[in-house]
Design a protein around this ligand. Structure first.
Ligand code: IPE
Ligand code: IPE
Ligand code: MG
Length: 258
């Protein structure tokens, strides 16, 4: 029988070790590093991009489920500032995916009352990708339910540097004093500023077995709870999401206090 325990001795999810309780607190902001699309495809002797296409279907499924559970913000890491290093064909495919995704999914998003937000260096995207995300933001702007926040051409180090530059410029132009620089004024310059009270993920999930951050939300995850699973993103399911939430509900968040 295949062991339920992975190499690190941890149980592979999903399990019922921490059953999800609908009556307990649902994390307001869930962020997911959607990883393992390429490996999913390779395991099936398919081209890597087949994994990205299947991963897109997982995004649809998980968006609907998170919205139904009452999650306020779902942030999905879709493309990092480092992912341009990949072969052109794969990058081109990944830049076409948002077009296909929104073409087929905006009506569902409207029905679910989900609002689309995109954070990242949007101006560097190819015109067709940029247009697709701008249209989706426009078409869902009146929705009042969950925010589906895509990190697209996002990198946290660049985000922090940009925020620092904006602050420095404000000081230079006498719009801000050094004394006024604090966490609150700094956060206003980050790409998550529009998320208001939900800027910080309560729960950060990474699929595929990698246990690293890969330049994601370095400031915002200061007190996030982490959940790592070996499940590859195309295989991620509603059940695994609920398992992650169940584990989150068992955690004791202390924020440095007692
Ligand atoms: C995640 O899957 C999607 C993106 C980074 C765009 P990967 O493409 O990184 O899949 P693996 O990690 O190579 O299996
Ligand atoms: C992180 O995954 C970025 C996204 C999921 C979009 P990567 O696959 O690019 O990360 P590394 O290279 O394994 O750190
Ligand atoms: Mg990867």
């Amino acid at each position: 029988m295949r062991s339920l325990f992975n190499r690190k001795g941890r149980k592979d999810s999903p399990t019922n070790e921490a059953p999800f309780q609908p009556s307990e607190a649902i994390p307001n902001h869930i962020a997911i590093i959607m990883d393992g699309n390429g490996r999913w495809a390779q395991k099936k002797f398919l081209p890597r991009v087949a994994g990205h296409r299947e991963g897109m279907n997982t995004v649809k499924k998980i968006t609907k489920h998170a919205s139904k559970l009452g999650v306020k913000v779902l942030t999905l890491y879709a493309f990092s500032t480092e992912n341009w290093k990949r072969p052109n064909d794969e990058v081109n495919f990944l830049m076409q995916l948002p077009v296909d995704f929104f073409d087929t999914f905006v009506p569902d998003l409207i029905e679910e009352n989900v609002q689309v937000n995109v954070m990242g260096f949007i101006d560097e995207l190819p015109p067709h990708t940029k247009k697709a995300v701008e249209n989706a933001i426009r078409d869902t702007k009146d929705n009042t339910g969950m925010i589906l926040n895509f990190a697209l051409n996002y990198g946290s180090r660049s985000e922090l540097l940009e925020a620092t530059k904006k602050m420095a410029k404000k000081v230079q132009q006498n719009e801000l004093t050094l004394e006024e620089i604090d966490e609150e004024t700094f956060e206003k310059e980050l790409m998550t500023a529009s998320l208001g009270e939900f800027q910080e993920p309560d729960l950060l999930v990474r699929t595929s077995g990698e246990e690293r951050i890969s330049n994601f939300l370095l400031w915002q995850i200061a007190y996030s709870e982490f959940y790592f699973t070996r499940i590859l993103w195309p295989d991620f399911s509603e059940e695994v999401l609920e398992n992650a939430i169940g584990i989150y509900q068992k955690r004791n968040r202390r924020f440095g206090g007692l």
